[in-house]
Design a protein around this ligand. Sequence first.
Ligand code: ADP
Ligand code: MG
Length: 245
Amino acid sequence: METREMIKVENLNKSFGDLHVLKDINLTVFENDVVCLVGASGSGKSTLLRCLNFLEKKDHGKIVINGKEVRRETHDINEVRQHVGMVFQHFNLFPHMTVLENIIEAPVHVKKISKEEASKDALELLRKVGLKDKADVFPNKLSGGQKQRVAIARALAMKPDIMLFDEPTSALDPELVGEVLQTMKELADDGMTMVIVTHEMGFAREVADKMVYLDEGMIVERAHPDEFFSNPKEERTKEFLSTTG
Ligand code: ADP
Ligand code: MG
């Protein structure tokens, strides 16, 4: 079977004013791949994810999502965004809506799916993330880990081809990290194509198909996790890994 390229980035560059944040990034993510993106704070991880989801405008380079080159001038970014779900550190749930309403909001208003069908899908997603009984509660009644699982369900409700995660467990109390990682692991096992920025090295080692290490806006090393963690090639990767415990 041919392996499909879900994300292809060529020579991506991005600056904020004089600050050159992403430098000639080349990255291919295949269908069903889980890529974990690691690096020090400020190395450009979030900017890279945001460029992939067109929340940030690239300066130069090529971004191909599921075979389609996305150019701001010629493509409907909102259309593309429907195929790329994103989960952030802060869950950004709508506080005045129930869990179910949060999840069906985009399918109903963006995809124009009927409320009935969207609700049926939402309940199935809630079952998947272990929160079936929380459909009618408001976000302020949930723990951080539950909120993040709702945020994952909400992203999945658009039936994306790709899921991007930007430090999804960094804002959580330590005892709540595991349940969110477990949900992500199940998603990976289901074959979702995922790019995950994380500091959870144990999780990355277990779940990633590929590790990518970013330093000062450059991809310094990429490798299978076994290789990456036990036998890093680059001096900077060794230093980084020695700081992450
Ligand atoms: P990371 O996620 O790896 O911590 P970021 O991608 O958030 O790194 O940031 C990379 C660099 O870009 C940092 O120096 C950050 O201050 C800068 N940066 C990020 N977003 C902006 C922005 N909107 N305007 C100006 N500078 C930014
Ligand atoms: Mg970041």
